[in-house]
Design a protein around this ligand. Structure first.
Ligand code: PCA
Length: 121
């Protein structure tokens, strides 16, 4: 299946090793309505009806074992992130792609806008 990544799973970032052996499909951007907030060293993408810019990331084609490992990493069973379908701009507009949405409040969190860059450490 296709997954849109926008944070630590991107190429060059700290969790990218989870995608080793999977297939990079391309750079992608969501439609409007999604925005990034800084959590604790990683970003959370939330739905915001007042957003006009969307979020920048990468689409990867992953196999079922990889997806299962990603769900563990992102704490899906614990409710940290939810893996849900996402609206991407062309050329992905008509394709089924999912992403890890942060389903919690972001009050007091730093608004990162459209792009996350990993802090150097
Ligand atoms: N990892 C996932 C969700 C947030 C994060 O840091 C990703 O890169 O899409």
């Amino acid at each position: 299946m296709l997954i849109f990544v926008y944070g630590t799973l991107k190429q060059g970032c700290s969790n990218h090793r989870y995608l080793v052996g999977q297939t990079f499909v391309g750079e992608a951007r969501t439609g409007p309505g999604y925005r990034l907030y800084a959590l604790d060293g990683f970003p959370g993408m939330v739905l915001r009806t007042d957003d006009h810019e969307g979020v920048q990331g990468e689409v990867w084609s992953v196999d079922a074992p990889c997806l299962a490992r990603l769900d563990v990493l992102e704490g899906v069973a614990e409710g940290l992130y939810r893996r849900e379908p996402i609206d991407l701009l062309p050329p992905f507009g008509d394709r089924a792609v999912e992403a890890y949405i942060y389903p919690h409040g972001v009050e007091g969190r730093h608004d990162l806008g459209s792009v996350w860059t990993e802090p150097t450490r």
